[in-house]
Design a protein around this ligand. Structure first.
Ligand SMILES: [Ca+2]
Ligand SMILES: [Ca+2]
Ligand SMILES: [Ca+2]
Length: 495
């Protein structure tokens, strides 16, 4: 069992740090002192500095040169005196009992490996770099979240952690070595950490309202969000907000505000923050933003930083709803000749959220998607009936539009060319307002489509395997019209 002494290898990268960090925490740039160089552009003779006004790594001739440079390049991770932090080594015969489990993992989030041992009797031994590899026993879960803190599994069948399949994860800033993806990589040991003055890996040192935004792989119904906060730094999160919606989030902070707040922090939270959404919320984008009231650079401890180990977004992807298996169904009563194209393809009427859309649906828009893989260039025709209107895109390229097509109207098609490999067919469809607002009645919504090669082979047809990839908030976004027609700007209707 653990117990043998191991010398902690501490390697001095450098000479002695001369000045006290206490007095130099407030960097000055306008006096005749060594802090003059700090945070002035390199081209003007300046550099980024640490607490001691020593130039940050990689800029030559200073005590911290080795810090945060790749080990293969002669560098190391450093502590705050620029001493290299060496991974905790496993002593001989340490954690070799048959019932013991040995793990080498970064428990404390400093980027250097620690070692953990635990057995079936809940006994624990730990050596962390932040403890100079001194052995500790009977440690709490929070001492090594990567090993001991397990987020709760999804509560119900069918509920999945949507964050793990995020299409993109963006962050307002991050420190050296941290990545936006650490926010939702399924690893409770990888820490997302926003930038601060001593470590501006990417972004701004004055990122006072840092955020992370996740784009889910498709529009989803979200019932719960779980945040695994950074142990020991829970206090940083103040007035934090979680937002969910369909507005895309970029590195411009204003884009976060486009989605609705679903949770606002009102009190200091523990390490695990569970946010139940009841009723569930539909969205494609999820953001977590720290809105700590401290917004000055030199505040000790940088309370405005956003740092957490993992975020879970629990819910279900929004599948399409089949509103009818019968192309000739009312209210659309499709021309029999036109209908045969859909019947032979086995296509179904679909809409986004409710089977009752066949009777009545809100004025709304959705993006329906299906991936189709071909082995060579494949010219195709997409036959489509749309209540009321769809733009057709393949791999984000606009190909044409369909308006209506039911009753006695003839078959309408859009030519699309598929490329070798996987192609994303997107139908951006809206249910328009009723033509005659005075003649109020129900407003059905639905689409039916079949994709065929030039030789007539069916490559895809609308059915329950399509997904709702997004929502269209402004129905005027879909306003392209069939060939030979023009669009009235922002009316959603064709002249
Ligand atoms: Ca460590
Ligand atoms: Ca993580
Ligand atoms: Ca309609």
């Amino acid at each position: 069992m653990p117990g043998s002494n191991m010398k902690v290898l501490h390697y001095r990268c450098t000479f002695i740090v001369i000045f006290s960090a206490i007095f130099l925490n407030h960097l000055q740039v306008n006096g005749q002192n060594k802090c003059d160089k700090c945070n002035i552009p390199i081209a003007s003779g300046g550099c980024k500095c640490d607490n001691n006004c020593d130039c940050r790594p990689g800029l030559g001739g200073n005590v911290c040169d080795k810090c945060n440079i790749a080990v293969n390049d002669g560098g190391c991770k450093c502590d705050n005196t620029c001493s290299c932090i060496i991974a905790c080594q496993r002593p001989n015969n340490w954690c070799t009992n048959a019932t013991a489990t040995f793990v080498s993992v970064d428990c404390d989030g400093d980027g250097v490996l620690d070692i953990i041992c635990y057995d079936g009797n809940k006994k624990r031994w730990m050596r962390r770099t932040s403890d100079q590899c001194q052995e500790k026993t009977s440690v709490p879960d929070s001492a090594c979240p990567a090993v001991f803190m397990k987020l709760p599994p999804p509560a119900r069948a069918g509920i999945v952690n949507l964050a793990l399949s995020s299409r993109t994860i963006v962050a307002s800033s991050q420190t050296t070595g941290s990545r936006p993806s650490y926010a939702a990589d399924g690893n409770n040991g990888t820490l997302f950490h926003s930038a601060y003055p001593e470590d501006v890996g990417s972004g701004s040192e004055s990122d006072f309202n840092p955020y992370v935004g996740l784009e889910l792989s498709q529009l989803s119904t979200i019932s719960k969000i779980v945040i695994l906060n950074r142990p020991g730094f829970e206090y940083r999160l103040q007035n934090a907000e979680v937002r969910v919606g369909t507005n895309a989030i970029t590195n411009r902070s204003s884009t976060v505000d486009g989605n609705a707040v679903v949770w606002k922090q009102t009190a200091t939270q523990g390490s695990v923050i569970e946010i139940s959404l009841n009723p569930p919320v539909v969205g494609r984008w999820v953001s977590l933003q720290n809105l700590n009231p401290t917004t000055w650079l030199t505040q000790e401890g940088y309370p405005y930083v956003l740092n957490f180990l993992e975020i879970q977004v629990l819910g279900v992807p929004l599948a399409v709803t089949v509103v009818s298996n019968d192309v000739a169904t009312r209210p659309w009563s499709v021309n029999p000749d036109t209908a045969s194209n859909y019947i032979s393809a086995g296509a179904q009427w679909i809409w986004a959220t409710s089977a009752s859309a066949i009777y009545d649906a809100p004025v709304s828009g959705f993006i329906f998607q299906k991936n189709v893989t071909v082995t060579s260039d494949t010219p195709c025709n997409l036959a489509l009936i749309a209540d009321d209107q769809c733009d057709v895109q393949v791999n984000d390229m606009y190909c044409g539009s369909i308006v209506h097509g039911w009753g006695d109207q003839l078959l309408q098609t859009v030519a699309v060319d598929l490329l070798p490999g996987e192609n994303v067919i997107s139908l951006r469809c809206v249910n328009q307002p009723l033509d005659d607002p005075l003649n109020r009645g129900n407003n059905p919504a639905g689409i039916i489509a079949a994709l065929r090669t030039a030789s007539g082979d069916v490559l895809a047809q609308t059915d329950s395997t399509w997904v709702v990839a997004g929502a269209i908030k402004n129905i005027c976004e879909v306003r392209k019209c069939p060939l030979g027609k023009s669009c009235r700007p922002c009316s959603g209707r064709c002249l």
